[in-house]
Design a protein around this ligand. Structure first.
Ligand SMILES: NC(=O)C1=CN([C@@H]2O[C@H](COP(=O)(O)OP(=O)(O)OC[C@H]3O[C@@H](n4cnc5c(N)ncnc54)[C@H](OP(=O)(O)O)[C@@H]3O)[C@@H](O)[C@H]2O)C=CC1
Ligand SMILES: CC(=O)[C@@H](O)[C@H](O)COP(=O)(O)O
Ligand SMILES: [Mn+2]
Length: 387
């Protein structure tokens, strides 16, 4: 059997490194065609020496010479900068592109990959949040499948296998509730980044970990689900499930619910997306019911964790509003991580941006670029006013 050659965008991150574990465990099935990083040149070099891709891209151009000096003698093509990241996915020697970049940076490479006809394994949810309508239309036009990697969306995707002719009544996305589940606004006003970075169940990159703490991660996932599964907003529910064992559920028109369960381990959804439609053998730790005597559920507190409400509102308004809240959130989270913004101010900043940045009902790619730029400018101004 031919090996599937994977372009792994964001190989030095949480998803990227776990994807390499999956690939390494199945050398007969997968090979690495491309690796990319933004700043972590040392790890990129180490990965490239081990996995021998055809090409690597280092986003930060200042690090080009370091990476070139290490990898060019091995016959590996070395490129730098965002334009190279966007075009490297077009190469003939690529069978699938795994987008594990963080934030808006995932959008352009994904567009190039789809236009080049490459199947997408999508971890970078922000791509669908920013431009879900455009990306899904492009994927349909080029007949390119998008396989979800995000654990909730992988769960739903797995529940839908064999149900192609059965309409979905609704989906239920599970949320851990994050480290501040049950806390009041008074408490949240004083929390630190160290507290917010302690996710109860998952070890992930800093940006998504803060998003989980504010519930923006669930808001982004609501929008991601809308585009992946072609749903109306009223077909998407969120339930807090603090144990993160049920990864999400689908309810069909007969009332039956299907769920996918397992220990919180991203290697499973990554492997499922890379290997679809096969379930490849894996030695990931198995779930033991005896160790989880109670799986519990509660309503999300959308007033205290306002970001979830803002994401539903963005989905209802449509157009460029999800792009606005994404850009504002990226700026706000980065400022929170620099101790320049309080936890509750993240949602305040997003709400202000959503009210002030001009609305575009049917955005083109150019409109998304302008919206992202304009929102970042306004959001940075708002951060400066706070400091
Ligand atoms: N981690 C998880 O368990 C999950 C993550 N996701 C989603 O997957 C995506 C990746 O998350 P995660 O792995 O946690 O993130 P990380 O921060 O751990 O990794 C991000 C990766 O992208 C690279 N990168 C960062 N900024 C840029 C940029 N501007 N341009 C190009 N590359 C960049 C980083 O390079 P460098 O290391 O050099 O900085 C790194 O390789 C996110 O969209 C997240 O929401 C979804 C579900 C679960
Ligand atoms: C692993 C994964 O998919 C994350 O998106 C995770 O779901 C975050 O947990 P929260 O439910 O706390 O947002
Ligand atoms: Mn998720």
């Amino acid at each position: 059997m031919n090996k599937k050659r994977i372009a792994l965008l964001g190989s030095t991150g949480s998803i990227g490194t776990q994807a390499l574990e999956v690939i390494e465990a199945h050398p007969e099935r997968f090979a690495v065609a491309v690796l990319t990083a933004e700043n972590n040149a040392d790890l990129l070099i180490e990965q490239a020496v081990r996995f021998r891709p055809q090409e690597v891209v280092i986003g930060n151009e200042k690090l080009y010479h370091q990476v070139y000096a290490a990898l060019q003698p091995l016959g590996i093509g070395v490129y730098a900068g965002a334009p190279a990241l966007a075009t490297v996915v077009e190469s003939e020697g690529i069978d699938m592109v795994l987008t594990a970049l963080v934030g808006y940076s995932g959008l352009l490479p994904t567009m190039h990959a789809i236009r080049a006809g490459k199947p997408i394994a999508l971890a970078n949810k922000e791509t669908l949040v920013v431009a879900g309508e455009m990306i899904t239309a492009l994927a349909r036009e080029h007949q390119v499948p998008i396989y979800p990697v995000d654990s909730e969306h992988s769960a739903i995707f797995q529940c839908l296998v064999g149900e192609e002719h059965n309409p979905i009544e609704k989906i239920i996305l599970t949320a851990s509730g994050g480290p501040f589940r049950g806390k009041t606004r008074e408490y949240l006003a004083t929390v630190t980044k160290a507290q917010a970075l302690k996710h109860p169940n998952w070890s992930m990159g800093a940006k998504i970990t803060i998003d989980s703490a504010t519930l923006m991660n669930k808001g982004l996932e609501v929008i991601e689900a809308k585009w992946l599964f072609d749903l109306r907003p009223d077909q998407i529910d969120v339930v807090v499930h603090p144990q993160s064992i049920i990864h999400s559920l689908v309810q069909f028109e007969d009332g039956s619910l299907k769920a996918q369960l397992g220990l919180p381990d991203m290697r499973l959804p990554i492997q499922y997306a890379l290997g679809y439609p096969e379930r490849l053998p894996a030695r990931f730790p198995r779930f033991d019911f005896a160790k989880y005597p109670s799986l519990t559920f509660e309503e999300p507190d959308r007033q205290t964790f306002r970001n979830l409400e803002l994401a539903f509102e963005a989905l209802d308004r449509g157009g460029n509003v999800p792009c606005i809240i994404n850009a504002a959130n990226e700026v706000a989270v980065a400022a929170f991580l620099r101790d320049e913004l309080g936890f509750l101010e993240i949602a305040e900043l997003i709400e202000t941006c959503a009210a002030k940045v001009p609305y575009v009902p049917s955005p083109s790619y150019h409109d998304y670029v302008l919206t992202d730029q304009e929102t970042r400018r306004l959001a940075q101004e708002l951060v400066r006013e706070k400091v």
